[in-house]
Each structure stands twice: as structure tokens, then as C-alpha cells.
Write a protein that binds this ligand. Structure first.
Ligand SMILES: *[C@@H]1O[C@H](CO)[C@@H](O)[C@H](O)[C@H]1NC(C)=O
Length: 343
């Protein structure tokens, strides 16, 4: 028994020995090496070794030892590294993965955003190499967040509601660019578009008003005149005050059903989008939503009505379908979580 324990302990030590880090240049670890495959070397300091490798044609991984950086070829991955005390080794993130074989570990996939993993986010649509499944649409070519352009947003919005004007997508583009922190993954763009489709179909009418601008005083609402406005139906004086803090724009100084500062949320397309970003910020601050659980954002956006034992399950399914439509229109991998965490 004692021998067995010692053996297991040794194996665990060996397996755990290489402790990988990841930064914008790729993977690196202390006490590891890629023996052989040297194509060039140079005296550098440790942090510059990755940059030296990138400057050498064909270099895909490197080792740094006692002031010298060794550039190496072969497209090797984490699993090819060996434990070697005092050496730093690294794998450069492939600009376009020029290094030959895939630089993720066996079974992993390189996503179109340059990260290794095993789920649909990595191996689904857009997967560059490794154990890819599904189709591979070309990555978006625009200059906005995640490569999206105004027109990529417009076609995604039109896949939900075909009648939306391009100026709506232009204003969305502008607001995404100034709130990139609200979209930690590309799929969060699809989530917000799905919620808006469900709430207002991208028509910014006031609650209790019709599209020609006529407003009715019924049904009586405790919220009047702070009724739902904008794509995400901002409602209640308190929320308008918070939007004012979020945006720095006066949306409270006077307020009537179809006039005053509050009404700009319905009539000014940019402010409308800011209000939608603001309401969305409540959802995306949740760790589960950040991980990609649309269901959790449904729960935050609209309570438990749309899932579990809620009273409007059909609405939850519709919302989920909109999300799937938006994902696909944005060229993103399919959703695998459904309405998990919606209750
Ligand atoms: C605004 O605030 C109230 C609570 O005061 C909340 O119940 C409501 O759903 C909020 N949502 C929006 C989108 O205005």
C-alpha cells in the first residue's frame, strides 16, 4: 500500500508540475521546456522571448534559459512540454495559426477569437482548428467590437424584425463601441438583441401610446408618467433617475406622457439605446449571464414568469428562439444551455 501511495503521489506531482498561464501573447509557464526544434536564438530578457519568437519566421513556441531565448518550430502544444526546472517555455498565440498543427491541446479547439477550449464556444461555428464540429462561417470583417460592422448588426436585427431601419443599427453600433464592457463575449450582443425583440420588437413606442404618438390615459398605471419607454421599456421614476446617473443626460427634469425630458428615451434613438444598455447592464453583471446562460438573463429581465412553474412559459420559449436566431445571424456558435437558471 505504501508503495502504491508513493507512486500515485509521484504521478500527481509530475502531472501538476507545469502550471500554465495565459496572456495576450499566448501560453507560458515556468519550469518547462520544449526540447529540440531550435531555429534561432537571441539574448533577451524573459518577457521579450515571446516577441522574439514572433519575429522569427516559423517560430511557434519557445524556451528561455539563462538570458537566451530559443525560438522553436513544430507547432507544439501544452501536452508536448516537459518539466525542466529553471527554464521558461511558451506557446505563441498564432496570428492565423501559421504554425502548422493546432496549438491547443488534443481534444481542444481554437475559437475564432483565439482561445482554446472544448465547448461549442470553441469547437462550434467559427472554430479554426482542433476538434472542430459544425460549420465555419467566415469571421466578421467590420472594425467594431469582435469585428462586427453596422451592417452585421443590421442584418442580425433584421433577422428578428425585417422592418427595422439601418439608422437603428448605426446607433446600436455607436453604443456598443462606448459600452464594450457590457459585452464580455460576442454572444451577449445576441442576448441583448433577443430581449429587445421580445420587449418591443425594436419599435420604441411608449407604453400606453401608439406609434403615431397618440397616448391614452388608460390602462391607469401607477407609473404614469414614468411609463415604459425605449426598446427595453424603462419604467418607474427611480429607474429614470438611475438612467440619468448612468448616462449623464437629463431624463427627469420634466416628464409627461408624450413630452418632457423623460420622453426623449422614446424619441431619441441614441438615448433609447443608452437606456437599453443601462437595463442590460443589470443582467450582464451576473456571473452566470457572463458565462453565457441566457436563461439567467431572462430571469433578471423578467422574473420567473417565463420559466419553470411560471405563468408565461411560451414567452420564455419565444425569447429563447430569438436568442438562437440572433446567435446564428451574428455567425456565432449554437447555444447549449437553453433556459437553464431561468427560475
Ligand atoms: C425598474 O424598477 C422597478 C423597481 O423599482 C422594477 O420592478 C422594474 O422592473 C425596473 N425595470 C425597468 C426595465 O424599468
Amino acid at each position: 500500500m505504501l508503495v502504491g501511495y508513493a507512486l500515485i503521489a509521484t504521478i500527481v506531482t509530475l502531472v501538476a508540475a507545469i502550471d500554465w498561464n495565459r496572456d495576450q501573447n499566448g501560453d507560458w509557464a515556468a519550469d518547462c521546456d520544449f526540447p529540440g526544434n531550435d531555429i534561432a536564438n537571441k539574448q533577451t530578457d524573459g518577457p521579450s522571448c515571446s516577441a522574439f519568437c514572433r519575429s522569427v519566421s516559423g517560430c511557434t513556441q519557445y524556451a528561455y534559459y539563462q538570458g537566451v531565448c530559443y525560438a522553436k518550430s513544430g507547432g507544439l502544444g501544452r501536452n508536448n512540454a516537459v518539466y525542466k526546472q529553471g527554464v521558461i517555455c511558451g506557446i505563441n498565440n498564432p496570428p492565423g495559426n501559421t504554425g502548422g498543427s493546432c496549438q491547443c491541446s488534443p481534444g481542444e479547439c481554437l475559437s475564432q477569437w483565439g482561445y482554446c477550449g472544448t465547448t461549442a464556444d470553441y469547437c462550434g461555428n467559427g472554430c479554426k482548428c482542433g476538434a472542430c464540429f459544425g460549420t465555419t462561417p467566415p469571421p466578421p470583417q467590420g472594425s467594431g467590437l469582435y469585428g462586427y460592422s453596422v451592417d452585421s448588426y443590421w442584418s442580425a436585427i433584421k433577422s428578428l424584425n425585417g422592418g427595422v431601419d439601418r439608422s437603428v443599427a448605426q446607433a446600436f453600433y455607436d453604443q456598443v463601441q462606448s459600452h464594450t464592457d457590457l459585452f464580455p463575449k460576442p454572444l451577449h450582443i445576441a442576448m441583448l438583441l433577443a430581449h429587445i425583440m421580445q420587449e418591443t420588437s425594436f419599435t420604441a413606442t411608449r407604453e400606453y401610446c401608439v406609434q403615431d404618438g397618440t397616448c391614452y390615459s388608460y390602462p391607469a398605471s401607477a407609473y404614469q408618467p414614468w411609463v415604459g419607454r425605449g426598446f427595453m421599456q424603462l419604467t418607474g421614476q427611480d429607474n429614470y433617475s438611475k438612467l440619468q446617473q448612468f448616462s449623464g443626460v437629463d431624463v427627469t427634469s420634466s416628464c409627461g406622457l408624450n413630452w418632457g425630458a423623460c420622453d426623449k428615451v422614446a424619441t431619441d434613438i441614441n438615448l433609447n439605446w443608452v437606456s437599453s444598455m443601462f437595463v442590460w447592464s443589470w443582467s450582464v453583471s451576473d456571473p452566470l449571464v457572463q458565462q453565457g446562460y441566457f436563461g439567467k438573463s431572462v430571469q433578471i429581465q423578467n422574473g420567473g414568469f417565463e420559466c419553470g412553474s411560471g405563468s408565461n412559459l411560451q414567452a420564455g420559449q419565444t425569447r429563447l428562439n430569438y436568442y438562437h436566431t440572433a446567435l446564428s445571424a451574428l455567425g456565432l456558435p449554437g447555444d447549449q444551455y437553453g433556459l437553464q437558471y431561468c427560475q
